[in-house]
Design a protein around this ligand. Structure first.
Ligand SMILES: [Zn+2]
Ligand SMILES: [Zn+2]
Length: 160
């Protein structure tokens, strides 16, 4: 119910000076474009081996949004979906290979990679899966061994 009313609000507000924050983004070649509405639920740096292998970078910046806040506005048919675990569906552009999002359907969340949204200022509050890291970061933020307890993890911290 809440999801429905949220979409309705977004449609009603499109293009007329919406009160709700919107960010646009897309892939490297521009074939796929997407838009997110409202603020992310949480922002973090992810050190997990899966993100690393998929993205080719030691650390990824994750922004988690409710699934219904993320809309593909162009090039849906250019999206390649891959799931190794069955829990996370990683999506990229078929044409340029650019990483886009990782959907987590069971949690009703979509992780939009931090660099996908144009002009979005990334403000992470924690590091997750820090025990799997290949790069040390000393920024004073909390370092979760895996995930916070409310995200289904141990909630344990690792020293910097
Ligand atoms: Zn592309
Ligand atoms: Zn990860």
């Amino acid at each position: 119910m809440e999801a429905g009313s949220k979409n309705e609000f977004a449609e009603n507000q499109t293009g007329d000076g919406s009160m709700e924050e919107k960010h646009k983004g897309g892939c490297f070649c521009g074939a796929v474009e997407l838009e997110v509405t409202g603020p992310p639920i949480v922002q973090a740096y992810c050190h997990c081996g899966d993100c690393r292998a998929w993205s080719g970078t030691p650390v990824t910046s994750a922004t988690l949004w409710p699934a219904d806040a993320v809309q593909v506005t162009k090039g849906e048919d250019h999206i390649l979906s891959y799931s190794r675990t069955g829990e996370t569906i990683r999506k990229s552009c078929k044409t340029c290979g650019g990483a886009l999002v990782a959907a987590i359907p069971a949690a009703g969340l979509v992780d939009v990679f931090g660099g996908v949204l144009k002009g979005f200022h990334h403000e992470a509050t924690a590091h997750v899966y820090y025990a799997q890291r290949v790069l040390d970061i000393r920024d004073g933020l909390p370092k979760f061994r895996d995930m916070p307890a409310e995200g289904g993890g141990s909630g344990e911290f690792v020293e910097e």
